[in-house]
Design a protein around this ligand. Structure first.
Ligand code: HEM
Length: 384
């Protein structure tokens, strides 16, 4: 553990590093990839380009440093990251490599201010956090490592591919290529696809859209504008993968889930964000609890509403609201629907999620009752 003196050092240097997190982590990634180009197969180059991933790593180390006496408060975030690491096949031996280059980057950034006391304190902090991740991830891997054939990424075959909404949004149904175990998952989890394009593999996470049927995994992917870097892998899968083709994936992961015993669930999605909720809503229906569900789905037109027919068969018209436009309509609707003990789940673009969250906070809705599923690295944006 850290000495009192080291904690002081961490507390006094964290703000400087945090303020310059972007600069430090860009030094870090440059040197990391130069020494270990094989890791380019693991990191999302689009998030690198946009700058969200570098910040996520740095922010976590700073949050952890600030809370070093009470890491329990960070457990939900730590679990979320560990699940993602496991889905990406991050291994214990990767931690010293990342630690080495993070330390290098801090040293280079602080230049003559980098005393050995400061560097040691950060190195020790990193090692504490790394060992927590390694332990949690080991537990997660253990579930899948019973059978050596299940290690690493596995081959799946596309057994169904169809357009389910304008956008277009395309759904894929996958089964294991050579038989073998299909692992169960809880609704809210995602599947991580591992796709080669150009010289590297790319990993992308997609929500599992149906409750587990014992045989298959279903996801839905939205085609993006080709000019936007964020869609290159989604578009690659939509354009070049057909029924009968094989595709690599790891087994389901993720911590997003239903709040047990909630009295009322309000799901608010925009566009393809509905994919994070459809299995949750179907699961509540199977348990005979669809009467305590309300769904608001914001879409540009009726045709964009994926899963509309399933939702209509589960929910009646005052539980299922398709909202074609308008911020004020959305606010009014939320106002009408929400009760003090409603658990609200939000999924959509960053700006949509921030907007809805700000509105809920304005209404004094308790933070403990607001749950978000972001299709981007969490902790990548600091909200003051
Ligand atoms: C993702 C933190 C070590 C590889 C992330 C995220 C965070 C994070 C916050 C974003 C999670 C999200 O998407 O919501 C950390 C911390 C580490 C650590 C604090 C050390 C203590 C490692 C190591 C590797 C690694 C050792 C492997 C070399 C990745 C990858 C992603 C990721 C590939 C996904 C990035 C992307 O594709 O955008 N990590 N991580 N991490 N981490 Fe780590």
């Amino acid at each position: 553990s850290l000495t009192e003196e080291q904690k002081q050092i961490i507390k006094s240097t964290a703000p400087v590093l945090k303020e310059n997190g972007k600069e430090i982590t860009s030094i870090f990634y440059k040197q990391l990839f130069k020494a270990h180009p094989e890791l380019l197969n693991m990191f999302n180059q689009t998030n690198q380009k946009i700058g969200t991933q570098p910040l996520a790593l740095a922010n976590t180390v700073y949050f952890a440093a600030e809370n070093i006496d009470n890491l329990g408060v960070l457990m939900p975030q730590i679990q979320h990251i560990a699940h993602k690491h496991r889905a990406l096949m991050v291994q214990p031996e990767h931690y010293p490599i990342v630690g080495k280059y993070l330390l290098h980057a801090i040293k280079e950034f602080l230049a003559e201010k980098a005393t050995s006391e400061i560097l040691d304190a950060w190195s020790d902090t990193y090692n504490i956090i790394a060992s927590i991740f390694i332990d949690i991830e080991k537990n997660l891997y253990d579930k899948f490592n019973q059978d050596p054939r299940d290690k690493g990424f596995n081959s799946f075959t596309i057994v169904k591919k169809e357009k389910i909404a304008n956008g277009p949004i395309i759904s894929f149904k996958l089964e294991r290529t050579n038989g073998g175990k299909m692992y169960n998952y809880h609704p809210g989890q995602y599947l991580t696809l591992h796709v080669k394009k150009g010289n590297y593999y790319h990993n992308r996470h997609y929500s599992l859209t149906q409750p587990f049927d014992g045989r298959s995994y279903c996801i839905a992917i939205k085609q993006e504008n080709d000019r936007q870097p964020k869609g290159i892998i989604s578009n690659e899968i939509i354009n070049n993968y057909r029924i009968g083709d094989k595709i690599s994936a790891s087994f389901p992961a993720g911590t997003f889930s239903l709040i047990k015993d909630a009295k009322h669930h309000l799901f608010i999605a925009s566009g393809v964000g509905i994919t994070a909720f459809s299995s949750l809503i179907q699961t509540l229906y199977k348990k005979g609890k669809s009467n305590i569900v309300t769904l608001i789905h914001c879409v540009p037109s009726q045709g964009h509403a994926a899963f509309a027919s399933q939702m209509r068969s589960i929910l009646n018209s005052n539980q299922y609201h398709l909202l074609l436009q308008g911020r004020y309509l959305l606010q009014n609707l939320i106002n009408d629907i929400i009760k003090q003990d409603t658990h609200v789940y939000i999924c959509g673009s960053t700006s949509f999620m921030n907007k809805v969250q700000d509105y809920l906070i304005e209404c004094n809705h308790p933070m403990s009752h607001i749950h978000t599923e972001a299709f981007r690295p969490s902790l990548s944006l600091i909200k003051n």
